[in-house]
Design a protein around this ligand. Structure first.
Ligand code: CP3
Length: 336
């Protein structure tokens, strides 16, 4: 598998490629399957349909990796927090007031269908296609649990981190343990590697970034590597800025996902030698296509030549991306 070769530090050319949110609303077959499931959460918890939507972009574009179809918010839901997706508004949870409502013991039963999806994918994917399991990073999941919705500012989470640090740390401790169990189950069901999405890592000041992002990520990677020696873990500390190097050194991840704002040459300097990178084409280019996309893709390819690199976007595909642009992107990468 090309993706695992790259994660092992071997330069692979052309580089392996997959795209964050590659299963999603830009695909008509995804929209049809979601309608069949009823809604997004039912889709995540229906192994047959979740397997189908995971495979759709693999069939269509031949990516080197499939990412399990689910969501980072399935874990807090499994822990007992309500979750709904308001149409066109994104996720909504009742903002967490106490950890007493969370019940880690019952989570595995709730997320069992997701693990079953991993099992099915393992048997249905082409042997050359790697299967990526995932979870949200604890800080990012805590942002949604404490604020109850996205938006990017997470004002309640930010305030609680200063005013009720013990509460925030209780939430993170529960998430760390639950995430270790959840990712372990995915690995045992057949995930070839796993990814931690710390999409909101960049909202925290430096010391909180260390305490709330790096330390919990490290506890997860240490536990997984002790249980599954050799397992590869991709971390995506989005908007980490100058904390990226410390994250790469301390978190225990094998590869670092880069957001769009990070210059790869700067990341190479900031991170330990041999760090594998994933990213970081601007998703807007995939919507725009044309010369802008082609030139940026070629430039990114030239930058990562001779390095172990996983080609990807710097954030997820948006629903307005024309499929033809994805086809063209793949042609450019494959003929590099
Ligand atoms: O294809 C894949 O990448 C795998 C599946 C996946 C989804 N979400 C499906 C999804 C993965 C890995 C995620 C991760 C995720 N979910 C993150 C981290 C990555 C990032 O984008 O920063 C976050 C923050 C979430 C939480 C979440 N889920 C939000 C904020 C939203 C609403 C935004 C939106 O695009 O509607 C979701 C919904 C969601 N997750 C969709 C999909 C395909 C769209 C739901 C739909 O079909 O309407």
């Amino acid at each position: 598998m090309k993706l695992l070769q790259a994660l092992n530090g071997e330069p692979v050319w052309p580089p392996p490629v997959w795209l964050m949110r590659q299963a999603g609303r830009y695909l008509p077959e995804y929209r049809a399957t979601r309608a069949e499931a009823g809604d997004f959460i039912r889709l995540c918890l229906n192994p047959a349909l979740a397997t189908e939507v995971t495979l759709q972009p693999i069939r269509k574009f031949g990516f080197d990796a499939a990412i399990l179809f689910s969501d980072i918010l399935i874990l807090p839901m499994a822990l007992g927090q309500g979750l709904r997706f308001a149409e066109g508004e994104g996720p909504r949870l009742p903002p967490l007031e106490t950890v007493d409502i969370l019940d880690p013991a019952k989570a595995p039963d709730v997320y069992a269908p997701v693990i079953e999806t991993v099992r099915r994918l393992k048997t249905e994917l082409p042997t050359e296609t790697a299967l990526i399991g995932f979870a949200g990073g604890p800080a990012t999941v805590a942002c949604y649990m404490l604020d109850g919705q996205g938006g990017g500012d997470f004002p309640r989470t930010r305030r609680l981190a200063y005013e009720k640090p013990d509460f925030v740390s209780d939430v993170l401790n529960i998430l760390v343990d639950a995430t270790i169990a959840y990712l372990s189950a995915q690995i045992e069901a057949g995930a070839d590697c796993v990814m931690l999405f710390e999409s909101w890592a960049g909202i925290f000041p430096a010391q909180q970034f260390r305490d709330l992002v790096i330390a919990p990520n490290k506890r997860i990677t240490a536990a997984l590597k002790e249980r599954y020696p050799g397992v590869k873990i991709i971390g995506f500390p989005r908007l980490a800025g100058l904390m990226l190097g410390e994250y790469a050194r301390e978190s225990g991840v094998d590869a670092v996902g880069l957001d769009t704002v990070t210059d790869i040459e700067n990341a190479v300097v900031a991170c330990p030698e041999g760090t594998v990178f994933q990213g970081n084409l601007d998703p807007l280019l995939l919507k725009l296509g044309g010369e802008a996309m082609e030139a940026a893709t070629r430039k990114l390819l030239a930058t990562v030549k001779n390095r172990p690199h996983i080609f990807n976007l710097g954030h997820g595909i948006t629903p307005d991306v024309p499929e033809a642009n994805v086809v063209r992107l793949m042609e450019i990468i494959r003929s590099a």
